[in-house]
Design a protein around this ligand. Structure first.
Ligand code: ATP
Length: 203
């Protein structure tokens, strides 16, 4: 029977490049699970999450065809820590269950689980190893402004809700530098080799 893959968490602040890096690992054959995407998908479709939102906030957060008004929900929960926490307490176990089912189907030495809030949510406790992607703050702001059309103020406000790079580095096993003068590929290859070695050594 094949061994269970190692779980490698990959995180980084907004615009650090964690999705870009995860997609390179995917091209090398490593299965990747994008937790933020799954969470968005499940929030829109899972009947248990839908009932919670309906019971807590009423029908006005749904269109006439039953689809969730994500932006309106975000405007209610993001400014209010308790409301966000309560919603996350409903969503997290459902995404965790989805991840478990997904993991059971993977056949690889290790898998990558990408999450923006890996540390903030406590998910890092379930990872065997952690990679953090870092880049200078100004470069991250520039990249996100180009990609999304968000304003500098909106980006900085999101950054201020996330842990600092130093705090994330302290709890990570690998750091990938994704600044303008950093070559990503050699860093990725080295980590890939290290992780494969860890699997072979039967840890
Ligand atoms: P978010 O938390 O906002 O989802 P992220 O950490 O996943 O961000 P990416 O989406 O991977 O970051 O990258 C942000 C933007 O920067 C993207 O448009 C991406 O194409 C660009 N980018 C990332 N890394 C590089 C790089 N090394 N060179 C050039 N552009 C890059």
């Amino acid at each position: 029977m094949a061994d269970k893959p190692l779980i490698v968490g990959i995180t980084g602040g907004i615009g650090s490049g964690k999705t870009t890096v995860a997609k390179i690992f995917e091209k090398m054959g490593i299965p990747i699970y994008i937790a933020d995407e799954k969470s968005r998908e499940r929030t829109a479709t899972d009947p248990r999450i839908k009932s919670y939102i309906q019971e807590t906030y009423g029908d006005e957060l749904f269109d006439s065809d039953g689809s969730l008004k994500r932006k309106a929900l975000g405007e209610i929960v993001f400014p209010d820590k308790d409301k966000l926490k309560a919603l996350n307490e409903v969503i997290h176990p459902i995404v965790a269950e989805d991840f478990k089912e997904w993991l059971a189907q993977q056949n690889a030495p290790y898998i990558l689980k990408e999450a923006a809030v890996l540390f903030e949510s406590g998910t890092y406790n379930d990872c065997d190893y952690i990679i953090v992607v870092i880049a200078p703050r100004e470069l991250r702001i520039k990249r996100v402004m180009e990609r999304s059309g968000l304003t500098r103020e909106e980006i900085e406000s999101r950054m201020n809700h996330q842990w600092s790079d130093d705090d994330k580095i302290a709890l990570s096993d690998f750091v990938i530098r994704n600044g303008e003068d950093d070559a990503l590929m050699p860093q990725i290859f080295e980590i890939h080799e290290d992780l494969k070695r860890s699997t072979n050594s039967g840890s």
